[in-house]
Every structure is written in structure tokens, then in C-alpha cells.
Design a protein around this ligand. Structure first.
Ligand SMILES: Nc1ncnc2c1ncn2[C@@H]1O[C@H](COP(=O)(O)OP(=O)(O)OP(=O)(O)O)[C@@H](O)[C@H]1O
Ligand SMILES: [Mg+2]
Length: 140
């Protein structure tokens, strides 16, 4: 399914809609796409649904992972741009988070590691020619 986003607000609303209607039993969302496509903006939309304040959500560039406390669930936010290999992912506790039913895990730059996980929602972002419009495509 493809959504077109024309603004940051649109991207947040699309994230909210996808979380409410398509994530269901999944607890992992993988985000694919280049610099500045809106991955972090999308995470802020997810945070809105979970009750995480928007300001607290920032790309975890140096730490690679950040935890935020929502009303009921934790939001675990990875940014793998600087990751070296799959081994690092284990060291960051990635698989423990996945097994924690109280956590929703969301990953920016998922293309940096080889993740063949079945129970994941995968979302691809692209910037269209006008530099503002984003194509957001996901498999449900
Ligand atoms: N339709 C749109 N949706 C989301 N962001 C948009 C849109 N149009 C313009 N922008 C701008 O694009 C930028 C997206 O930044 P964001 O940090 O979310 O990207 P990112 O994919 O997380 O990048 P990085 O790979 O560096 O982490 C913001 O500056 C935002 O204002
Ligand atoms: Mg980002």
C-alpha cells in the first residue's frame, strides 16, 4: 500500500494510521530510506499514539538506540546508520527487546543489517521530485 505525504504533519498522520490499522500483533517496524526522507518524523507519529512526547524523540545517531516510555508500552528506537554488523545489534539488546511484549521496536536505516524477521512491518520511504512529497510504501 502506498501513501503520499506532502508535509511533516502528513507523515506523522500516516504513521499514526499505519500503527492503528496495520501493526496489530507485530512489535517491530523496519524503516528503509535515505537521509532526510522522514524516518524520524514517522517515529514521532508513532510516539503520538503511544503517548511519548514528540520532543523527546530524536535520532539515536551516536547511541544507536533510545528507549521512551509511553502510556502502556515502551517505544524502542534504533538508528542503525552507524552500525558495523549484526553482532553489534545483539550487543545492543535488539533481540531481548523483540521478545519483550511491552515494547514496540522501530528501526531507522534497517537496510544496514541483514534482518530476515517475519513478524515485521517494513516501510519504504522515497523523496519525490518536488523534494517535499514523500512516497511511503508498506507491506501489510
Ligand atoms: N512530507 C514530508 N514528510 C516528512 N518530512 C518532510 C516532508 N517534507 C519535508 N520534510 C522534511 O524532511 C526532513 C525529514 O527529516 P528526518 O530527520 O525525519 O529524516 P530521516 O529519514 O530520519 O533522516 P536520517 O536518515 O538522517 O535519520 C525534515 O526536515 C522535514 O521537515
Ligand atoms: Mg532519522
Amino acid at each position: 500500500m502506498e501513501f503520499l505525504s506532502y508535509s511533516e504533519e502528513d507523515t506523522k498522520n500516516i504513521a499514526m494510521k499505519i500503527l492503528k490499522e496495520h501493526v496489530n500483533a507485530k512489535n517491530l517496524i523496519l524503516l528503509y530510506g535515505d537521509f532526510g526522507v522522514g524516518k524520524t518524523v514517522f517515529v514521532k507519529g508513532i510516539g503520538k499514539v503511544l503517548g511519548v512526547s514528540e520532543k523527546s524523540i530524536k535520532s539515536p545517531s551516536y547511541t544507536l538506540v533510545r528507549e521512551y516510555y509511553g502510556d502502556k508500552k515502551k517505544l524502542i528506537h534504533f538508528d542503525l546508520y552507524r552500525i558495523e554488523n549484526n553482532h553489534d545489534l545483539e550487543n545492543l539488546g535488539f533481540y531481548e527487546y523483540l521478545n519483550d511484549l511491552n515494547s514496540l521496536v522501530i528501526v531507522e536505516w534497517a537496510q544496514k543489517v541483514d534482518l530476515s524477521l517475519e513478524n515485521a512491518l517494513k516501510i519504504n520511504f522515497k523523496i519525490l521530485d518536488d523534494n517535499l512529497t514523500r512516497s511511503i510504501i508498506f507491506n501489510s
